[in-house]
Design a protein around this ligand. Structure first.
Ligand code: UT7
Length: 346
């Protein structure tokens, strides 16, 4: 398992073993997606953009938008309830609740605690992971370590966001990219050779300001000025994020694949963070994987930050793309700058 910055991966024969690093299993998955759909055509009426530009530059056609009275924990609670039903357990049987989000309900307490309240459960530890779009992969890494170490048996890992509430709806460079939603997975002990074959995660805080929300925290508390300046919205250097995203996602995944002792031929499905079709394509090519192994829901939901991977994983499972024994590669990048990859054998 890799730690810290991923070293450049040499092509060639993998040297790792195929024994699961951690014998875990995803017992169920579920989503919480708001019903309201905002299409590119709708956006043409809101900002100076076109369906053609958005489709060509990003691959996004539509995204979901939460109703005014819906917060991140509502979507997370719905996703967890659905994942529990899929796993055949009650929410009260969860023994740890981890929420990956950058759009928390409140600065404190955590969105995980609000999610607990909305699920009507209590007692188990509940906490947020702040790793931006890598939040679900970070959460999965923590969950699988807890399960493999024997201190948890049913960990709910959720990625949930209401990005529409932190987007500047007058900034065409960012507002066309994001959507709202949540996805959850229940992680429990594995049997046989199912599990986490390898993983790789890291961060580089020197890149913190390429994608961030400048105001609202202790660096710059909310004032009339911060509100007037729209400093509570997403600030992003798009081209810089693009460049780092491609490198981080492909290197983290390649490094984890090497540690797992697998080749691109062994991979059944690649589920990358869904931010931009071009980022996913270049990362996939660098990993040596063919187009038909890339699973995408980006066109339907846009960039839901921490929610994209669990929502895509859920839909891939429901379409029968993740049969027993298949090897799934998850890889993500996000604000921080963070990255993470997991190699799972189902
Ligand atoms: O989860 C992580 C979140 N962030 C990301 O993943 C973002 C990564 N970056 C990207 O996906 C791309 O950089 C963007 C999609 C954000 C932008 O694509 P790009 O190909 O890098 O475009 P650009 O920023 O270089 O802009 C090209 C042109 C500019 O016009 P000029 O200066 O050439 O006249 C922009 O003003 O496109 C213009 N533009 C738009 N035009 C129509 C920017 N946004 C839009 C828009 N509609 N929505």
């Amino acid at each position: 398992m890799g730690r810290g910055w991923v070293s450049p991966v040499e092509e060639g024969a993998p040297d790792g073993a195929q024994e699961p690093l951690r014998s875990i299993k995803i017992l169920g998955t579920g989503v919480g997606l708001p019903p309201k759909v905002l299409t590119n055509k709708d956006l043409e009426r809101m900002v100076d953009t076109t369906d053609d530009w958005i489709t060509e530059r990003t691959g996004i056609k539509a995204r979901r938008i939460a109703a005014d009275d819906v917060s991140t924990s509502d979507l997370c609670a719905e996703a967890v309830a659905n994942a529990c039903a899929d796993a055949g357990i009650e929410p009260a049987e969860i023994d740890t609740l981890i929420v990956g989000t950058s759009t928390a309900d409140t600065l404190f307490p955590s969105t995980a605690c609000w999610t607990q309240k909305k699920l009507g459960i209590r007692g188990m530890p509940a906490f947020d992971v702040s790793a931006g779009c890598s939040g679900f992969v970070y959460g999965l890494e923590i969950a699988s370590s807890l399960v493999a170490g024997g201190s948890a048996k049913r960990v709910a890992v959720v990625g949930g966001e209401v990005m529409s509430r932190v987007v500047n709806w007058k900034d065409r460079r960012t507002c066309v990219l994001f959507g709202d939603g949540a996805g959850a997975a229940i992680v429990g002990p594995g049997q046989g050779d199912s599990g986490m074959l390898a993983s790789n995660w890291g961060a580089d805080g020197n890149l913190a300001a390429i994608l961030y929300q400048p105001a609202g925290g202790t660096q710059r508390p909310a004032t009339h000025e911060t509100v007037d300046e729209l400093a509570h919205t997403v600030h992003m250097e798009g081209a810089t994020v693009f460049k780092h995203a491609v490198v981080a996602m492909s290197q983290a995944a390649k490094s984890a694949m090497k540690d797992a002792g697998i080749t691109p031929q062994d991979v059944s499905l690649l589920i990358p963070h869904q931010a931009n079709r071009r980022i996913m394509t270049v990362a996939r090519e660098r990993m040596g994987l063919p187009e038909d192994k890339l699973y995408s829901v980006l066109h339907k939901y846009g960039n839901m930050s921490a929610a994209t991977i669990p929502v895509a994983l859920h839909e891939a499972r429901k379409e029968g793309r993740v049969p027993d024994g298949s090897i799934v590669v998850l890889t993500a990048f996000g604000t921080g700058f963070t990255w993470g990859a997991s190699i799972l054998r189902w």
